[in-house]
Ligand binder design. Sequence first.
Ligand code: PEP
Length: 257
Amino acid sequence: MADRKPLIAGNWKLNNNHLEAISLVQKIAFSLKDADFERAEVVVIPSFTNLRSVQTLIDGDKLRIGYGAQDISAHDKGAYTGEVSGAQLAKLGCTYALAGHSERREYHNEDDALVNAKVRAAFASGVTPLLCLGEGLEVRKSGGQVAHSVAQLDAALKDVTEEQAGRIVVAYEPVWAIGTGEVATPEDAQEVCGALRARIAELYSPETAERTRILYGGSVKADNVAGIMAKDDIDGALVGGASLKADEFAKLARLGE
Ligand code: PEP
């Protein structure tokens, strides 16, 4: 891996009330009290309702854990009931916002154009988009995983500047591996992550591609993270289920050690 700092991000999905969220952050922080945060950046991604509590705890105790949101509106403000804007997230200190998670694409019909609008909204408000993409099982079976993922990347990067592309975080998350316990092999994950980096080099420049962090997500656990991250183009993990267990997530944040 080049000079890219690994990122371990825990997507808590629709779990935990704000008290449980605080408790989980406290437990993670305790498990990581001697951790070397130079080795990996650690981020939690709670529900919107829990962000303020998590922020207060992290800031108050000066914890070296970042936080982000599970989604972001494509709009700045106005009559968009239920939406949360990038400006609101930035004001709360969110470093990241997921855009295009497969559960949003599947259950909320988010298409590539909307994901692109969310990526641009995040940059416009100073929040780093954590762009999720990846193929479903049928595409994988037909061998179309690289073409599918690269097409999603192309669409998400429309009108994204080179400087922004160097800062975006891309998470390759094959849908068939999310929450299923069926993790991609390191070779399978590298195939797509390598192709995504090559595409960024084509769209922008090799230097920008070298800067962009590309994560793998899909049933990552403490005992498989090291094998996945040993691959050249994989700079960390987006973790769902295993991020809800403090000890397991802390071990993940220690890159499996
Ligand atoms: C996810 O939801 O982004 C994810 C990777 O989930 P899991 O780790 O549970 O497969």
